[in-house]
Design a protein around this ligand. Structure first.
Ligand SMILES: NC(=O)c1ccc[n+]([C@@H]2O[C@H](COP(=O)([O-])OP(=O)(O)OC[C@H]3O[C@@H](n4cnc5c(N)ncnc54)[C@H](O)[C@@H]3O)[C@@H](O)[C@H]2O)c1
Length: 299
């Protein structure tokens, strides 16, 4: 299958391109940055440029589109840029997928749409599944909520292209398990050692290769996916050395009523839908992936 991956040079994109290629697909990556891998077929282009975008779609003739390009970290850019870039990119790329005849198009959303990290945020229940209300409060989370709404809007316009979203948890690239500094400026060993760091994402995480596999499954199985559907993509356990039923309320007091449901060691997020619909089984956990010496004694 011909697959166009936007943002293919990024941390998650590199794993998505590699995974799709390993699964036998013909992958074209498009990004404003060149791919670090010389074997990847890539186009350097700004997808907000209409002419460049049309050229990309004409060359790629994608049967599936995986849309990852955008501003990927909250508070790294001015709010208006984050909102504008992410929402315009999503409309441009996903409507392009529809008009150029792709059979499926999946966009990266984010668990930040749930709206945690405000004093008043209170989960209705835990773990958070895709039916839980979304209450974004910062520009990045709002841009992702708009992307999810964009997917639903476009899904209403076509029966030929199945549009959906994946919400990856805190993505950990392979080199980050070995000690490379993450987008947040700390290492995974430091994130594990200081619960205040992982608490900002309610201790969620996902290995980039596992997340990539879910994007691949969505692209490969439009018959199993409903238009507008959203999938959480998180590891089954939290990024913490023990259950988070006591840790979570310490950092987010309003979770106290719901947190006992996590006493068995499960994540605060449910990926049950991806498992049920697409048989996605993320296998990589921090306990077996972390090779950074600074963390190995915490397993
Ligand atoms: N990293 C995470 O923990 C995480 C979690 C949830 C969701 N996501 C989402 O997953 C996606 C990928 O995240 P990532 O961590 O790989 O980010 P990243 O910053 O490493 O990759 C994003 C890529 O998009 C490219 N890009 C940005 N604007 C572009 C444009 N106008 N045209 C073409 N390319 C453009 C960038 O050059 C970059 O390579 C993003 O949409 C992000 O919001 C990431």
């Amino acid at each position: 299958m011909r697959v166009l991956v936007t943002g293919g040079s990024g941390r998650l994109g590199r794993s998505v391109v590699a995974t799709l290629t390993e699964r036998g697909h013909h992958v074209l990556s498009v990004d404003t940055a060149p791919s670090p891998d010389p074997d990847v077929e890539g186009i350097v282009a700004d997808l907000l440029d209409e002419t460049a975008r049309d050229e990309v779609f004409t060359r790629a003739r994608p049967e599936a589109v995986v849309h990852l390009a955008g501003i990927a970290v909250p508070f790294t850019h001015p709010d208006l840029d984050t909102l504008s870039v992410n929402t315009r990119l999503a409309w441009a790329v996903l409507s392009g997928a529809v008009t150029h005849g792709a059979h499926s198009a999946v966009a990266a959303s984010s668990p930040t749409v749930y709206g945690y990290n405000t004093p008043s945020w209170r989960p209705r229940y835990l773990p958070l599944d895709e039916d839980h209300p979304v209450e974004p409060w910062h520009a990045y989370g709002l841009s992702k909520a708009v992307i999810e709404e964009t997917v639903r809007a476009l899904a209403r316009t076509t029966d030929d292209c199945v549009l959906s979203c994946v919400r990856p948890g805190y993505v950990v690239a392979p080199e980050e398990w070995a000690g490379a500094v993450t987008q947040q400026g700390h290492t995974m060993a430091e994130r594990l050692a200081d619960p205040a760091l992982a608490a900002t994402s309610l201790f969620n995480y996902v290995d980039a290769r596992d997340a990539a596999e879910l994007f691949a499954l969505v692209a490969e199985n439009p018959d199993k996916v409903t238009g507008g559907q959203v999938f959480n993509a998180v590891a089954p356990d939290p990024l913490a050395t023990g259950p988070i039923d006591t840790l979570l309320p310490r950092h987010h007091p309003a979770t106290a009523d719901a947190a006992p449901a996590l006493a068995d060691g499960r994540s605060a997020f449910s990926a049950e839908r991806a498992r049920t619909v697409l048989n996605w089984n993320p296998t990589r956990t921090w306990r077996d992936q972390m090779t950074d010496r600074a963390a190995t004694d915490r397993r």
